[in-house]
Design a protein around this ligand. Structure first.
Ligand code: NDP
Length: 496
């Protein structure tokens, strides 16, 4: 039966009057983006196949698993560990609320690890079922391109089979990278950190990004001595500088030793652990060294160059606004394209791809007001423009509203940790351009604020919204006094 496909607004006849392919779509990589694109394309009537490497919690060139990084060795297991780590603060806070706890509170890492692994195995199964229920054909093995319409899948037993497809989608994600210093083989990445046999008593972390501050909070929450080294003045480059300072203060307040402006120069095995040498000439001995120094796209083994799919200098697949690569029938979504490397963004890109190619609705992913959260303890969550970006991207003055307050719970618990919120407003249009919060439940609150920003909410509309009392969230609708007005064109000190 002939079906009609819309590609960039152009209707084309397929199937009977064109070359026959094994599949309408072959997807390489069953992570967030690949699974979403497969299911939504199948729902539009496409005949879809997907290939993915065999499952294991720690990835390699030949290990992966249906569900991908987010489910197997990223967001999901990380959040489970964050939940576990948060209990430490809860136990401390509970005493002034009348709870009498024994001083010897035990923590069983192996039990947590077992339960975490069971959960990701369960989710791996659910993702497989989602694919098969959607009618997607699954192949276990490593996919690579042979030509613009041919994918070869090498199965775990080494045998290879080839499948033709009208469209090919690359959704192979990214992998953590080790920094190239002597002794780097002694370090681990977040993959191993999520599956360590023993909980470290002492941990050194290199990096100031998402993974670094999240693992610092996780290990500290579980009782480890944590030293966090990063080369800037503040962690979380790219976030609002004021909020970065709040995160740094909170990490320190929770007992994490911060080493700003410091890099690691060498790792050595010593009798009592790993000796870590810094570029300041200091040394420290630890049980584990985590490199949380960024991730690189998984493109090396896809044979992209031979087929004409261009990559940038980091190896990321170059795509246009519709996720189309330099070969017209080959597409790419998710971290492998290095746009905004977040699961919900990969999902959006996967959905837009299906609508464009199989749904007769050419759709570009919308990267405006993408909210995100860093799950350090307490978490940071933001949406929209930070103060620096607002000054760069608008021609108006900027009104900044900030609120730093003692959350109600801390008045009894005695915890010395303020919650901080910030709104950045266009002084001419009154539109709220950005919102940030560092404090308990920030990601839960920010999701709602993101809807408001997506609707173009003004500060007056925030002000006319009735608060929920008593909550921290109500502060977002009660920030009446302007903290400062920053003149258009002002250049803030950046590169902290
Ligand atoms: P990030 O890009 O967030 O941070 C990398 C950090 O490593 C930066 O602080 C960077 O420093 C530092 N770094 C890079 N190279 C070196 C080097 N050679 N020597 C010393 N330091 C170095 O990467 P992550 O690994 O933390 O996370 C990867 C991505 O995964 C994130 O960008 C995010 O997209 C995603 N992610 C999202 C999460 C969430 O949504 N909660 C959680 C975890 C990951 P500098 O700033 O100086 O360049």
């Amino acid at each position: 039966m002939a079906r009609k496909l819309l590609i960039d607004g152009e209707l084309r006849q397929t199937a009977t009057d064109e070359k026959q392919y094994d599949f309408d779509l072959f997807v390489i990589g069953a992570g967030s983006g690949g699974v979403r694109a497969s299911r939504t394309s199948a729902a539009f009537g496409a005949k879809v196949a997907i290939c993915e490497l065999p499952f294991h919690p720690v990835s390699s060139e030949v290990i992966g698993g249906v569900g991908g990084t987010c489910v197997i060795r990223g967001c999901v297991p990380k959040k489970i560990l964050v939940y576990a780590a948060q209990f430490r603060g809860e136990f401390e806070d509970s005493r002034n609320f009348g709870w009498e706890l024994s001083d010897e509170i035990g923590f069983n890492w192996k039990k947590l690890l077992h339960n975490k692994t069971q959960e990701i195995i369960r989710l791996n199964g659910i993702y497989k079922r989602l694919l098969s229920n959607a009618g997607v054909t699954m192949f276990e093995g490593e996919g690579k391109l042979i030509d613009a319409h041919l994918v070869e899948v090498t199965q775990p037993d080494g045998t290879a089979k080839q499948y033709s497809a009208k469209h090919i989608l690359i959704a192979t994600g990214s992998r953590a990278q080790l920094v190239n210093i002597p002794g780097k083989e002694l370090a681990i990445t977040s993959d191993e950190a999520l599956s360590l046999d023993e909980l470290p008593k002492r941990a050194v972390i290199l990096g100031g990004g998402y993974i670094a501050v999240e693992f610092a909070s996780i290990w500290r929450g579980m009782g480890a001595e944590v030293d966090l080294f990063y080369r800037k003045e503040l962690p979380l480059r790219g976030f609002d500088d004021e909020m970065r300072a709040v995160v740094a203060r909170n990490l320190e307040g929770r007992g994490i030793r911060l080493h700003p402006g410091t890099n690691l120069s060498e790792l050595q095995q010593s009798e009592d652990g790993i000796r870590v040498l810094t570029d300041h000439g200091d040394q420290i001995t630890t049980d584990v060294v985590l490199f949380a120094t960024g991730r690189l796209p998984n493109t090396k083994r896809l044979n992209l160059q031979a087929v004409g799919v261009d990559v940038d200098k980091t190896g990321a697949v170059k795509v246009d606004e519709y996720s189309r690569t330099t070969v017209p029938n080959i597409w790419a979504v998710g971290d492998v394209t290095n746009r905004i490397n977040l699961t919900p963004v990969a999902l959006m890109e996967g959905t837009c791809f299906s609508k464009t190619v199989f749904g007769r609705q050419p759709t570009k992913p919308d990267y405006i007001n993408v909210p995100c959260a860093v799950f350090c303890i307490p978490p940071l969550s933001v949406v929209g423009l930070n103060e620096q970006q607002a000054l760069e991207q608008t021609k108006s003055d900027i009104l900044v509203y900030t609120s730093s307050f003692n959350p109600m719970k801390n008045t009894i618990s005695g915890r010395q940790e303020k919650t901080t919120m910030k709104l950045v407003v266009d002084a001419e249009t009154d539109e709220v351009l950005g919102a940030s919060m560092c404090g308990p439940d920030a990601p839960e609150i920010m999701q709602g604020i993101a809807v408001a920003l997506k609707c173009g909410a003004t500060k007056a509309q925030f002000d006319s919204t009735v608060g929920i009392h008593p909550s921290a969230a109500e502060e977002f609708v009660t920030m009446r006094s302007i903290t400062r007005r920053v003149a258009a064109g002002t250049k803030l000190k950046t590169n902290l």
